[in-house]
Design a binder for this molecule. Sequence first.
Ligand code: AMP
Length: 299
Amino acid sequence: MSLTVIGTVALDSVTSPFGSLEKGLGGSATHFSASASYFTPVSLVAVIGEDFPQEHLDFLSARNINLEGVQKLPGKSFHWKGKYEEDLNIAHTLATELNVLLEFQPQLTPEQKKTPFLFLANVDPNLQSQAIDQVEEAPFIAADTMNFWIEGSRQALLNMLKRIHMLVINEGEARLLAKESNLLKASKIIRQMGPEILIIKQGEYGALAFYKEEIFSAPGLPLEDIKDPTGAGDSFAGGLMGYLSKTGKKDFESIKQGIIYGSVMASFNVSQFSCEALKNLSETQIKERYETFRNLARF
Ligand code: AMP
């Protein structure tokens, strides 16, 4: 099957204790697509500015990602600037320059309108809703968001949430969205907003999935090699949705498997800056790390 994603394709400036990156390849949809492309055909809906380097588009094309839905508009690309502390779980956004995102009106191609799986990566919730407006064949829809939109565009976000099946957010975002610090209570409040499946990412500690009365806990893999956590959440969602699209399934058991594939992809993503680690993975590397995850929680 195939998977369509709308989100940001960005230039990121990142500083971590292990180095820095100045206007490198980033964006929620970029990390998502690169990760999902190891599982399924991916088609992208996004906007870039005139300053966006061709080499980044070449990388996405080389991963077989369909770029027909990527618009180039006059002006600068979306630019995010962030900094991580010694404790890499602590991230600070230093600047969010929306630039061409402010003019963007997503237009799905005829093929994207028929997509069986749609992922609304982190972007303005109004744009996420505009993508949902255009789909024609009731796809499985999942979404991500972040504090920038939870605080700045709450009503638009609530409107979008009513229309999706699954939400994938991190712990802090879940508390902020639900206005509730207890995660179990927050999970119920959020699912009442629309999505029947909620996945809460806990950074290096793993992820929790909530569906009806069930809770699934995926482990976090202790890693020695973390340089840049940017895109961990997006590559996690890419592995998860990529696996679902590959198998054509969306039941909770398949989602659990997908969460492990998502964790595998995120663990690679954070080992290098930008999308470098997602450039040339082999199937064997993915399979071996999947087994490592299985053994981690088996008793
Ligand atoms: P993650 O680390 O998975 O939460 O995602 C990081 C990516 O999200 C970066 O590559 C940024 O370009 C992108 N990003 C940062 N802020 C925003 C925002 N407000 N809306 C959409 N994408 C964003």
